[in-house]
Structure formats: C-alpha cells, structure tokens
Design a protein around this ligand. Structure first.
Ligand SMILES: NC(=O)c1ccc[n+]([C@@H]2O[C@H](COP(=O)([O-])OP(=O)(O)OC[C@H]3O[C@@H](n4cnc5c(N)ncnc54)[C@H](O)[C@@H]3O)[C@@H](O)[C@H]2O)c1
Length: 377
C-alpha cells in the first residue's frame, strides 16, 4: 500500500521539490497524487501537467480544502512542503488542521516562535511531522551514530559545511534560490546558519546522540547582505563534549563540503558528504579502519544494511539518503507504529533545536560572541 501525498512548492525552476519526488518514488511507499506547485496559478497548472499530477491546484489553500472534502480512500494523506522557509509554518499548521500528516523541509520555519506553533499544532491535532535533514539518511551516518554510542564519552566534535554559490554579490542576480535565501522576510532569521548550518548542527546531535547545550558564535556577511553568509561557533554538548561548527556559503571552490569528525574515549571517526560511502575510524594503537557502504557488507548493522539498495562498490548517494527519510516516515504512517530507537527522520524536537541554533548564533554574535544557553530560549 502507498501513501497519497500532495506537494506544496517544487514547480518549474525549483530545486528541492524534484528531489523529494524522486526520493518518495525510490522509497516506494509514497504516491504523488496532488500538488500546488507554485504561488502563480499559471505556473502551478503548467507544473502539475509537466509532473503528471492530475489533481493540480492553483493554491495550497485550495488543495487543502478540496482534498479534505474528497472521500477518505481518495484524498491525500500527507503534505510535503518544499517552499521558501516563511511558508512552512502556515502550510504545515493548516495541513495538520485539515487532517493531514506533514513532511517539511528544513529549516522547519522562519523563526523559533513559528516552529513552536507547528509543534503545538502537531500536539493539538495528533498529526505526525517529519523534517528532511537529508544527511541523517545516509547509511554510514547511521553507522557512525551506532559506533559513537558504544565508544564511551564524546570528547570533541568538529563539523563544517561550506559552499561557494553566494561568494560574490553578483551571484544573486537572476538566481531565484539565492534571492529568497538572502531576504529575511522569506528566509527568516538565518542565512547560511539556517540554510546549511542547521544541517551541520543536526548532524552533530544525530551522530553524538547528545543535544547542544550552549554556543558562542561569530557571523559574517558580504557587504550589502542583511543575513549571515558565513558563521563559526563553539559548542558545548550534553555530557561535557566540546565542539566547533563552521558554515559558509562564500568559501570559493567548495560545492557541498559537509564534513564531520567525532572523537570519543575509544575512537575517532570521520565522514564527508562528498564521499558518503566511506567512514574512516581511528582507534589507539590500531591501524586505521575504512568502513564502506553496501547492502551486503556484513560488518554493518542489519538495520543499516536494510536501508541500502545496492551491494558494496555500486555507490548510493544523496537521492537514496533522502529516500530513506521518506521510507521511514512512510512506514510509520502506514503501520501507525514508530520504529524502535531513532525514528529515521528528524522530529519537531530536532527541528526546534536547529531553530534555537539559528537564534542563539545571531544573539551571540550580535552581543560580541558571548555564550548563549539554548535551554533558556
Ligand atoms: N534538505 C535539503 O538538503 C534542502 C536542500 C535545498 C533546499 N531545502 C529547503 O527546501 C525549501 C525550498 O528550497 P528550494 O531551494 O527548492 O527553493 P526554490 O526557490 O527552488 O523552490 C521554492 C518553490 O516554492 C514555490 N512557492 C513559493 N510560494 C508558494 C506558494 N504560495 N504556494 C506554492 N508554492 C510556492 C516556488 O514557486 C518554488 O517552486 C527551503 O525551505 C530550503 O531550505 C532543503
């Protein structure tokens, strides 16, 4: 059985909507049956025809109202939100109130307050929501989490996510994705912190299994930009581990250079998104280990082998990692049962932690890089 879902955003010229559709198709337990693919009705209709969705609507409000009025075995069951950030909260809240579960891209909202309103709506309506923090869908990221869980105390974490696509002011010209990401009204409080810093932050919390308790940060931006395009932060985690996080969209020559190192009592491990099928592990007085991905690699945990589609040496990547998030959330919605342990997708608690990161980084930087306690936000 497949879950019927409707998409908001992701029409002509959009980036991540097509990734969601491909991921849902790979996952195999979803079926796209409706969509309001653009703010412009003409574009929305053209996009629905191009994608091949019969129930294309002129607006997301129309989609929610008309779908909710359809018979239960026909109407959509969930809504995937792939619009600029400022629309996530209104659409997610209205979707849950109309009886639909939600898949929402990150950052979950434009502000911490709006994120809390989404969490309230989920509690009030009893609907479920998954946030697509792509990188936690990679098999070796899950293996890293398992290894860290058995390696004693976490001592140090270092994560960086660097890109170069905003490295000149001119990069904004005619670039739709850049235009809204550098506009506080549409992006929200964070620039690079919201766009990619949240991925780095979420990866730290996911692999270590520990929340970040406090941080101090320094943000920067090219002249003329309101929102940050570059940030560095020191982190303190639950249990005493220390961390460093850098995220930047002005690092010339870098595409999606997300790298994380985690050092524990018993081992240190290193994962890089641009080579996601290798995990490097070091232990005291032992030769270095290289762990490789693959559905037939017997040394990987059984639940990690199970989320891979090809044997070792036939590499999977970004789309399959994204598909693992859809698959896990879909399985939970279809069976009504949450998986044992980590749910396989980022939850509202994870998303709120990311929103606290964005807010605290700005607060800290504005005050001259003072420490901010995330529990006070
Ligand atoms: N998980 C990831 O790795 C990842 C990667 C990229 C983007 N994202 C997130 O995905 C979201 C979209 O980013 P993008 O790069 O695809 O942006 P985009 O500008 O390419 O696409 C946004 C889409 O939303 C549509 N839209 C705007 N207003 C709308 C409305 N009122 N009704 C219906 N559709 C509307 C636009 O027409 C467009 O199709 C953002 O929140 C971004 O942070 C996540």
């Amino acid at each position: 059985m497949k879950l019927r879902y409707g998409m908001v955003g992701g029409g002509e010229g959009a980036f991540i909507g097509a990734v969601h559709r491909t991921a849902a198709a790979i996952a195999g337990n979803w079926e796209l049956t409706a969509g309001a693919f653009s703010a412009s009705p003409d574009k929305a209709r053209r996009s629905a025809a191009a994608i091949g969705v019969a129930r294309g609507y002129d607006s997301w409000e129309e989609m929610l109202a008309r779908e909710a009025a359809l018979p239960a075995d026909t109407r959509i069951q969930a809504v995937a939100i792939v619009t600029p950030n400022f629309l996530h909260a209104p659409v997610a809240i209205a979707a849950m109130e109309a009886g639909f579960d939600v898949i929402c891209d990150k950052p979950v909202a434009e502000s911490l307050e709006a994120a809390r309103a989404i969490a309230d709506a989920a509690r009030r309506t009893g609907r479920r929501i998954a946030i697509t923090h792509t990188y936690t869908g990679y098999p070796l990221v899950k293996q890293a989490r398992d290894l860290v869980a058995g390696a004693g105390a976490v001592r140090r974490v270092m994560v960086k996510y660097t890109q170069d696509w905003l490295s000149r002011a001119a990069d904004l010209e005619g670039n739709k994705q850049a235009a809204w990401r550098t506009d506080p009204k549409r992006s929200g409080e964070g620039g690079a912190t919201g766009d990619i810093g949240t991925h780095a932050f979420n990866l730290v919390e996911f692999i270590t299994g520990r929340r970040v308790k406090s941080l101090c940060a320094e943000l920067g931006a090219l002249p003329g930009r309101t929102l940050d395009d570059d940030a560095s932060a020191l982190l303190r985690l639950e249990g005493g581990a220390k961390g460093m996080l850098a995220c930047s969209q002005v690092c010339v020559g870098d595409a999606n250079d997300l790298q994380i190192s985690v050092y524990c009592d018993e081992l240190g491990l290193h994962w890089r998104q641009e080579q996601p099928n290798t995990l490097r592990v070091g232990r005291r007085d032992r030769p270095e280990e290289l762990w490789h991905a693959g559905s037939n690699r017997a040394y990987l945990a059984a639940d990690i082998r199970a989320i891979q589609r090809t044997p070792g040496g036939h590499p999977e990547g970004y789309l399959e990692a994204f598909a693992n998030i859809y698959q896990a959330f879909g399985a939970e919605l279809l069976t009504g049962k949450a998986a044992d342990g980590a749910p396989g997708y980022a939850t509202m608690d994870d998303a709120i932690a990311c929103m606290k990161f964005i807010h605290a980084a700005k607060q800290s930087s504005d005050a001259g890089a003072v420490w901010v306690d995330l529990d006070t936000l």
